[in-house]
Design a binder for this molecule. Structure first.
Ligand code: CP
Length: 310
């Protein structure tokens, strides 16, 4: 049994590089099941609770697909107003109850630290599907999986990250993980949305990480990871408007890119990648979002100790 059995996944920093390697290698074995070409019942009789206090398309539905593809069932909610939190129930009490109905809980919540709090009150494993501007570890695992599928390795690559580095939880988790593997990180953002100092300090102890000009980043990087401005995290509309639309990747940016460079994006996209990039050889963001299914299948199967004999 893996040491991830029955474990919470709250921060990518909770995982060792060995844990990550295991999840990625198990994900590889599950691609054809994720595509619906083969059926497995590893999680038959098991129930996943999805507690989404913030909107989601990919994370919630890929977790649900992952559970169904492994023969398990899903309960949950996609917005808090349909739950008893709207009557004043605390997150702690909601989680205590969900943990008696299910075998694992996936939570997304606007508050940083909410997933850790949920884990403190749950008898069952809790998986962080995004806690405010803090982290989104399972997104990072599918991001790493995408990179590994493309390049056959994680080492000796340069990853450029563009966008809202202040409020973007995906880029915080991703930067921690890339630095664990010694991957060089190039950053480009509006000056008011730079990477938080604590993330920079952690990464600098493990790899090269530097702010650079956008054009340089696109020329140098093997992977260009673009993110949207996280409008919902801004304290006021005026501050958001001051940066809205301040960067957009178009086909003309790609002329000097390496021929093997891939463009990733956690999605949803707003306006930061022009749609004319979608059918270039560089675009990988829709394939990347599909990889959420095999990677979350692997995570659930490992955490729940699925019966690998079916
Ligand atoms: N990448 C991601 O977290 O997408 P959703 O917000 O649609 O889940």
């Amino acid at each position: 049994m893996s040491n991830l059995f029955n474990r919470d996944i709250i921060s990518i920093k909770d995982l060792s590089s060995g844990d990550i390697d295991l999840i990625l290698s198990e994900s590889e074995k599950l691609i054809d099941v994720a595509e619906g070409n083969r059926k497995l019942n590893y999680l038959s009789g098991r129930i996943l609770a999805t507690a989404f206090f913030e909107p989601s398309t990919r994370t919630r539905l890929s977790f649900e697909t992952a559970m169904h593809r492994l023969g398990g069932s899903v309960i949950g909610f996609a917005e808090s107003k349909s739950t008893s939190t709207s009557k004043g129930e605390t997150l702690a009490d909601t989680i205590r109850v969900l943990s008696t109905y299910s075998d694992a809980i996936v939570i997304r919540h606007p508050n940083e630290g909410s997933a850790r709090l949920a884990a403190d009150y749950s008898d069952k494993p809790v998986i962080n599907a995004g806690d405010g501007a803090s982290q989104h570890p399972t997104q990072t695992l599918l991001d790493l999986f995408t990179i590994k599928r493309e390049f056959g390795k994680l080492e000796n690559l340069k990853v450029g990250i563009i966008g809202d580095l202040k409020y973007g939880r995906t880029v915080h988790s991703l930067s921690y993980a890339l630095s664990m593997f010694g991957i060089e990180i190039l950053l480009s953002s509006p000056s008011s949305l730079t990477m938080p100092p604590d993330v920079m300090e952690y990464c600098k102890t493990k790899t090269k990480i530097n702010d650079v000009k956008l054009d340089y980043l696109i020329e140098e990087a093997d992977v260009v990871y673009v993110t949207r401005i996280q409008k919902e995290r801004f304290p006021d509309e005026e501050e958001y408007q001051s940066v809205s639309g301040s960067y957009k990747i178009t086909r003309s940016h790609l002329i000097k890119a390496k021929s093997h460079m891939i463009i990733m994006h956690p999605l949803p996209r707003v306006d930061e990648i022009s749609t004319d990039v979608d059918n270039t050889l560089h675009a990988r963001y829709f394939r990347q979002s599909f990889y959420g299914v095999p990677v979350r299948m692997a995570i659930l199967n490992i955490v729940l100790g699925g019966d690998v004999d079916g």
